[in-house]
Design a binder for this molecule. Sequence first.
Ligand SMILES: [Zn+2]
Length: 241
Amino acid sequence: MPAVKDQAIVLRRLDYSETSQVLVFLTRDHGLQRLIGKGIKRGTKKQYAIGIDLLESGHLVFVKSTQGEGRLGTLTEWRQTQSHLGLRDNLQRWYAGQYAAEITTAMVEEADAHPDLFDALMELLAFLAAGNDPQEGLVRYQCALLRTVGLWPDLTRCVACDRPAPEGRAAYFSAQQGGLICRNCQQMSTEIRKVSAAVLTGLREGKWEQITIQSALNLLDFMISHIIGRPTSLSKLSLEG
Ligand SMILES: [Zn+2]
């Protein structure tokens, strides 16, 4: 198997043995890659002797498993280019970065390339590291992720009966059905949320105001949790205030 070079962000890391780590990377041109880094933690004088850290980004070289897709490939080289230091000295920003990594790992298919999503995540990490409002960065990233995987909710009409949703009005949202539900159809669904007109406008136009961000973030998280079939760690972010 030939070696593959790419840029990558570390989404998950697991200590595998005294000297190895299993890492999940979002690469720019090769999508999600689960790789084993053998000897990475070994205490030599090499630059990555202490191991590879979560949410750092850099250049990697890896070899795909000879046993086919779904098996762990092997990381042969890692050169960190950014540690996004500003993420690490504030708990809210750190949780925000972890949340982005968590939903990315859960929603993106392995080895499915999404360069735009890679760029969006790099942008988010830089945004967070610079000390900006985590919620604003996360809403933008949730939108990018849902669009990338083709699961952006339909906010223009009732997804059950096709009736157009009037602009400037609150509406009911169904995570299960992936969009808005009109008053006539809403009894058909048990998991619905009411969404204010301001939040809907923000989501439709991608424009955020401080007052709508928290609700938009929670609504998209509600949708994402439904898709991945479990609650996310977003509550950590809100609770710690
Ligand atoms: Zn309807």
